[in-house]
Design a protein around this ligand. Sequence first.
Ligand SMILES: [Fe+2]
Length: 227
Amino acid sequence: MTKGKNSIKVALLFAEWGLLILFFYYAGTAVIIAEWYLLSLWLTRGAVEPFKAFFVRHFVPVSLIFYLFILWIATPIITAAFQCAYYRRKEQLGEERAGAIAHLHGVSLAAVMIAKKRGEDPELAAIAGLLHDMYAYKNGTYDDHARLGAEYARQILKNLGITSEEETNIICSAIAHHDSKAKVDAPMDEVLKDADVIHHSLGDPTKEVKAHEKERYERLCREFGFQ
Ligand SMILES: [Fe+2]
């Protein structure tokens, strides 16, 4: 989201609330004052003097002030807070989605490069990279996401019908094992694990390499001649 777009959004928010205050709250307040006046006249008609005096002097002004407080102060604050929270969440979801797309694309690209270097099938590596965290993004949880992600990927590949059974098994095995970074598994499993580590470590160079991925990252640095 650019700075300019944010300023327009804030200006629109202020304009919207300005119009609401002008055309709704002020007009509404006039109606309420009239209502309270008529109500006080009706309630005090024929009432005994002490009660009438108490009602007019204390109850009506206090209730009116309370009512105006809710209408003029509490309501705009509460609704503005809800609106701000809504925009913040919307923006956060947009960032999360952009991050997910960048990660899947980044891992897929890295997987192709690693597969080519090691003589593995780059197409299968690309598909594994694109699908490997899809389950976690779809369900918002990383609990057992490698195993469940492999099942989810199998379903997607079955529906797509673009891979043979053997190719589907290779892709799903890579996804099922991609979270076990400390173990060494089948060649394509290793391609996906390494691609994941490359994107975790180089996707944002300002961040530290994760402790459990450090050993694998250093091995990759040696293999690819990184500094
Ligand atoms: Fe990942």
